[in-house]
Design a protein around this ligand. Structure first.
Ligand code: ARJ
Length: 435
């Protein structure tokens, strides 16, 4: 094949141009994981049922760059059932589930992903672009950035893309502001049925899950410092409190800080939190939130992790500089002995602890995020079929889509809600009705 060799010399299973994964022998284990996720993703399964006869994606190729988990596999299978051809890479070097990747490869999905593919991260993304997609499904904007920077000709032919996460939407908005966005991108993250659920309840549960799997420490009574009180941080704070931790929040935004105060959390600068925290979790999307002098202030035994998209929130080069020696003490838990004699424990190399040390968000909540992904791509394809072209901008999901996803989720839960009566509808629209 006419593409550059990968860097990694690890033994991998490769069929050039079709897949490159850890081992096909894991496929059966992966199929069971996917089956389990399918049993917990009713909305996506209903969409699969609705669109598998009409196959609206027939003739369309989708490249995806998103954590290769059992939930993502359910999304991929749904696209395939609806007629799409799909090529996939992971969006984080430590989040690929090798068994799921094997199951997908065995089903004929083009997939370039294995756990620990750091050296070949962009090689994997580029292999999904060899296939000349019409659509890009991104998480963190590395795929869409690669298309713009390295495949400008392909970029002009793309119908559009979607972005899964806050950090990616921020990066793409920055690109759009500079006039450098070539095709439309739908901000799936900004759907209410995504960020008010996935970011809050998903991150809340899966981050605690990751910390517990990596450490098995008791949370009750611990001082648990959450950096950043956005949707993700507030979810982590809530679940840490639920486990009996004493939660401290650090912030830079006054309104977010005030929300944390009124929710009953201690709010203080990281300089103060660093001295008292037992467990630190960053959820800011910003770099260097925990840095040299914070490490120096920390207690012996402090545990550090990150749940933001990139591994920049804890300044690792500075941590390394302060370190005398280092060893892995448990899976996903590295002990750093500093020159000042104290030991700090870094989880999952500072990468997303919920995906690297656990399985990411539960299927039930990814059900809504991925229903939004599916419908957003359908929206792009239907527009293309009508000969319409959206502007090269960051677009919201269609508002009726948000409501549809919520209704389908409620229905799957067997929960019914009220409807406004005709009198109430009239009252809602009557600007004269007052005291
Ligand atoms: C796939 C997941 C999972 C999971 O929707 C979440 C988000 O915004 C990402 C930031 O990279 C991670 C993504 N996410 C969380 N859990 N994607 N499968 N189980």
């Amino acid at each position: 094949m006419g593409y550059p060799p990968r860097r990694s010399r690890e033994p991998l299973e490769e069929k050039p141009g079709v897949y490159c994964i850890r081992s096909l022998a894991l496929a059966e284990e992966g199929r069971k994981l996917i089956e389990w996720a399918e049993a917990h993703m009713p909305v996506l399964m209903e969409l699969r049922r609705r669109y598998s006869a009409s196959k609206p994606f027939a003739g369309y190729r989708i490249a995806g760059c998103l954590h290769v988990t059992k939930e993502t596999a359910v999304l991929i299978r749904t696209f395939v059932a609806a007629g799409a051809e799909v090529a996939w890479s992971g969006c984080n070097p430590l989040s690929t589930n090798d068994a799921v990747a094997a199951a997908l490869a065995a089903e004929g999905i083009r997939i370039f992903a294995w756990h620990g593919n750091g050296e070949d991260f962009y090689w994997c993304i580029e292999r999904t672009l060899d296939f000349e997609p019409h659509l890009a499904l991104d998480d963190g904007a590395d795929l869409i950035t690669t298309i713009h920077e390295r495949y400008p000709e392909l970029a002009t032919r793309m119908l559009g893309g979607t972005e899964e996460t806050t950090t990616g939407v921020n990066r793409l908005r920055a690109r759009a502001r500079q006039g450098r966005l070539v095709f439309p991108v739908i901000a799936v993250n900004d759907a209410e049925t995504k960020w008010d659920f996935d970011n809050v309840y998903g991150t809340g549960q899966s981050t605690i899950d990751g910390i517990l799997r990596a450490t098995s420490v008791m949370l009750a009574g611990k001082v648990f410092v959450v950096a950043g009180y956005g949707h993700c941080g507030s979810g982590v704070a809530r679940r840490a409190r639920g486990m009996g931790a004493r939660v401290v929040v650090t912030e830079v935004r006054p309104i977010a800080a005030l929300k944390a105060v009124l929710e009953g959390y201690e709010v203080m600068p990281m300089d103060e939190a660093a001295r008292i925290g037992d467990i630190f979790c960053t959820a800011t999307g910003m770099r260097d939130v925990i840095r040299r002098h914070h490490f120096e202030l920390m207690k012996d035994g402090a545990i550090l992790c990150n749940t933001g998209h990139y591994d920049v929130e804890i300044n690792l080069p500075e941590l390394e500089e302060l370190t005398l020696r280092k060893r892995d003490i448990r899976p996903n838990c590295t002990e750093y002995t500093l020159r000042n004699g104290k030991r700090l424990y870094l989880l999952a190399e500072g990468r997303l602890v919920n995906l690297a040390a656990a399985e990411g968000h539960p299927s039930e909540v990814m059900d809504m995020s991925f229903a939004n992904q599916f419908l957003a791509h359908l929206h792009l394809v239907e527009a293309a079929k009508r000969g319409e072209r959206f502007p090269a901008a960051i677009l919201p999901i269609p508002p009726e889509q948000d409501e549809l996803v919520a209704r389908m989720k409620l229905e799957s839960l067997g929960i019914r809600i009220d409807e406004l009566t005709p009198e109430q509808l009239r009252y809602r629209d009557d600007y004269l009705a007052g005291t």
